[in-house]
Design a protein around this ligand. Structure first.
Ligand code: COI
Length: 359
């Protein structure tokens, strides 16, 4: 494993950095340092902790033309004893490599990925927020930097981690969902399960329509029958039907969310029934009308868990969830947030303590 080289000017900058804003929002602020690693000649050459700043890219870098790029989203929490912890980082390290494999990019050994995260967290420890629901959001990503307009996998890459002290992702308490029945996010055999920018870029046109219609999130259906729920743009989907928690089973068109998995683990540990199966949008809409679907929610690292208030269909009809909706989702949210924040006991291996490596 390569040691991360610490640049003294990075340390000087981060030491002095403060954020004086009670409304952190999501991704609005970044710490003034970043990890940067270079891949060339078939291996990761070096890992550095540098001052945060613009990166220079040749206009013909492959990422700019062919989108060879992957990323992760993960969170770091301050506990009441003032120690800081990453949440299930080995799941992100594994998924990063699964995305890398699909996008013809080099893997980063899991321990190297986690140790690079540890370094930026340790040097940013005073910037990990204190309040419940806030965290330091880490965004590791990798881009193809080889120069040339030929379409082939790059041989050179840059890996970077930036970190953002963040609050909640959504401004409101619940989300309104627009059901996308025309465009698709991805197709079987494609890259839907990889955390690559193109999947998010593909969602943006629909996102604009969603916002224009007064909704918050697009719900994507399968690309073959335009019938089965897959995920939202950057979040997984759950519903409660007849008291059972249901979520789409994973396929190669759905991102395998760390929050999704954690919710399933928490729910099952409390003897709640969780079914991972195909769910059609028609099943959800008719279950709302019959009263058997009592709640639905979205979840993700950034979003945590947010109850769904309503679904809007293509004909602009609105299908509201019952007013009392959110009992199970809010219970799961509270449980997850309190585990992450060190206020409830965490299942074995869920919290990764950051040792003090810095000043
Ligand atoms: C995350 O939840 O970490 C994501 O990458 C999704 C994005 C909506 C911020």
């Amino acid at each position: 494993m390569k040691k991360v080289e610490i640049h003294p000017d990075a340390v000087e900058r981060v030491k002095k950095f403060v954020i004086n804003d009670p409304q952190l929002g999501f991704g609005k602020y970044v710490v003034p340092i970043m990890i940067q690693a270079v891949y060339d000649h078939g291996e990761w050459q070096r890992f550095d902790l540098l001052p945060y700043g613009p990166i220079q890219l040749d206009p013909c870098s492959k990422v700019l033309h062919y989108g060879q790029e992957i990323f992760e989203g993960m969170k770091v929490f301050r506990h009441p004893d003032d120690n800081i912890y990453m949440f299930r980082p080995e799941m992100n390290a594994r998924r990063f490599n699964q995305s890398a494999h699909r996008m013809a990019m080099p893997e980063i050994p899991e321990n190297q990925f986690i140790s690079a995260c540890e370094v930026i967290c340790s040097y940013s420890k005073h910037l990990v927020p204190k309040r419940l629901g806030e965290s330091l959001y880490l965004r590791p990503f990798m881009i193809a930097t080889e120069v040339g307009l030929g379409i082939k996998p790059s041989k050179q890459f840059l890996f970077i981690i930036v970190a953002s002290p963040s609050g909640s992702y959504f401004a409101g308490d619940s989300v309104k969902v627009y059901i996308e029945r025309e465009d698709i996010r991805c197709a079987p055999g494609g890259v839907g399960y990889a955390k690559t920018g193109g999947n998010y870029a593909a969602s943006l046109k629909s996102y604009s329509k969603t916002i224009k219609l007064g909704c918050d999130q697009t719900m994507w259906l399968d690309s073959v029958e335009h019938k089965y729920i897959e995920e939202m743009s950057g979040m997984n989907f759950f519903a409660v039907i007849n008291g059972k928690i249901v979520t789409p089973s994973l396929t190669d068109t759905i991102l395998d969310g760390v929050t999704r998995k954690s919710i399933i683990d928490i729910a099952r540990s409390e003897n709640l029934v969780v079914e991972e199966r195909k769910i059609s949008i028609d099943e959800i809409l008719s279950a709302i009308h019959s009263g058997s679907c009592t709640e639905a929610f979205v979840c993700g690292t950034a979003a945590v868990i947010a109850p769904i208030a309503s679904f809007m269909d293509k004909d602009l009809s609105v299908h509201d969830l019952p007013e009392a909706s959110g009992k199970i989702s809010m219970h799961l949210r509270e449980k997850l947030v309190s585990i992450q924040a060190g206020r409830s006991e965490a299942p074995e291996g869920w919290l990764h303590r950051i040792e003090n490596l810095s000043f």
